[in-house]
Design a protein around this ligand. Sequence first.
Ligand code: ZN
Length: 283
Amino acid sequence: MRLSLVLVLSFLAVPAHAKEWGDVRTPVPGPARVIGGPAAGCIAGAERLPPDGPGYQAVRVSRNRHWGHPATIAFVRDLGARAKAAGFADLYVGDVAQPRGGPMASLHGSHQNGLDADIWFNIDPKPALPAAAREDIAIVTLTTQDEPRIDPATWRDDHSRLLKLAAEDRRVDRILVHFAIKKHLCETLPAADRAWLRKLRPWRGHNEHFHVRLACPPDSADCVGQAAIPAGDGCDSTLDWWFLDAAERRKRDEEAQRAAPKVQTGPPRPKLPAQCAAILRAP
Ligand SMILES: [Zn+2]
């Protein structure tokens, strides 16, 4: 992990002894400015989510990863308050971003530009513990161990209500959830209540938390957003793809590539925007 960071830093022509993103304890002061995308970006003027607030408790605060664009922090606080008003117990808020964003040494490929936030699926009532006692918290997994399907022992309709609360916030661009969660919602919600599923994007992992990604805020001209989500609720063959075995997926991808070749065949190598070097170096 350290090696890959060194490679990124040397690519930016920063001396290898320069500080690493994870070592920076403070944001760059000044107006908020998002630079780059979720998987290759950074942020100036980040704000810190208070460890506790109405309707939420931040977890693993010692990691110092609860920094984000003010819109992200406002979104999380609003979601906590709205969930509380809707009768939910406190939400656990996982990682947002490092004080200046940038690549993390563990766990995430994204969360780099201060617009991503993880909300845990543990919606059980929680004791009011001090932040330091919330380093090792009970994890609730919504899918079964062996098969990609919802675990009826842990799934509750309240999970659907909570996801809807988050998805209906206009600041939210998309929400990543395990594909079995999306499938379950596609199969169980009435057609009249599926429009909000459009923002729910099927992904691997994300069965213990959902990952909210905000749209690029208007104050950040250098923010790189993702391609727009296709029209419709996504309860279609693009979702079924996730349930195919690996060989069948490869076959279908190759067929699709032959039918409509794309220039780009793999994910681009994440490259931090040049402005991020100055953000990392700033005192
Ligand atoms: Zn995440």
